[in-house]
Design a protein around this ligand. Sequence first.
Ligand SMILES: [Zn+2]
Length: 209
Amino acid sequence: MRYNENLIVEIVETARSLYQRGYSFGTAGNISVRASDRIYITPTNSCFGALTVETMSELDLNGNRLSGNVPSKETHFHLSAYRARPEASAVVHLHSTYATAVSCLRELDMEDALPIFTPYFAMRIPKLPVVPYLPPGDPMLAPEVERCAAVSPAMLLRNHGPITTGKTLIEAAALSEELEEQSKLYFLLNGAGQQLTIDEVAELRRRFR
Ligand SMILES: [Zn+2]
């Protein structure tokens, strides 16, 4: 049995659930959890539908591998998200279809990428900043993710996909699903949507802080 085995099992099960419900495909995406001085992250080139407890990468807080397989090549931005959000204990990064489609829009508000149509999105996501395009694995992604994570638990990587954080893995995964559904609504509405007003959004955020 590995140190923090229950947490690792939770990552394996969450990843499988996301895969089975179409939020992940192929070897896209990565998930990590932070527990005291350890980070557990999905290995490089692994499929969310076929992870095992034994292969999960165990790292120290600087990203050095302690056990398990070689970690995701996107590990560096997980570390920077944790640096920016001391309360976060989980990071979920997907290439889910609709949120990724938003990240590819020709015209995109890089400070806050999506209009607000529904109360839950307003309550859970204070804004949706976008990290400028950089190739996967580029070391410059880390400081950019750190900057965005400091202002929101959710962000988009330009032409790539979403990242969410949470106090728990359940919370981070739920935020990813919320973001994917809101992105889907955005395309379904195709410009015909009635956004919540600035006052309605402010009232929701005051009430449900
Ligand atoms: Zn990615």
